[in-house]
Design a protein around this ligand. Structure first.
Ligand SMILES: [Mg+2]
Length: 124
């Protein structure tokens, strides 16, 4: 985890892919505790592992680390989960930067650039 002064997950630069944790990479059906993280979602986990094998940079983007006062509890739990399931500790952030080329997230609504229109074609 980067410091508050520099929230970039890859301070040395390079494009990276952001992956949300709860309901995207880890099963989530309701809050349990700060340190509880659900079982991995196989399709997403294998995608992340493939990206890493292909040499891509991947970071966890989660609101779990948005409160600096709780980060001493939340961050180690996320790092341990990553080590157990991904096989390595990924950088963790709650912030975008200019090198983030994709964000995989269950709450995001994709828009067609410069139009304001939903990319999925769904009604408003
Ligand atoms: Mg989520």
């Amino acid at each position: 985890m980067s410091t508050e002064k520099d929230l970039r997950p890859f301070p040395n630069g390079g494009e990276w892919i952001g992956v949300d944790l709860d309901s995207t990479l880890a099963h989530y059906d309701g809050w349990v505790s700060v340190t509880h993280i659900g079982e991995p979602i196989p399709l997403m986990l294998e995608r992340v592992k493939r990206w890493l094998r292909d040499g891509k940079q991947v970071a966890i983007v989660t609101a779990r680390v948005s409160n600096p006062k709780r980060r001493g509890e939340t961050l180690p739990a996320i790092q341990a989960w990553c080590l157990e399931h991904v096989g390595e500790v990924l950088p963790v952030t709650h912030a975008k930067d200019y090198d983030m080329i994709e964000l995989w997230d269950d709450r995001a609504v994709q828009v067609i650039p410069n139009t304001g229109k939903r990319a999925d074609g769904a009604e408003e």
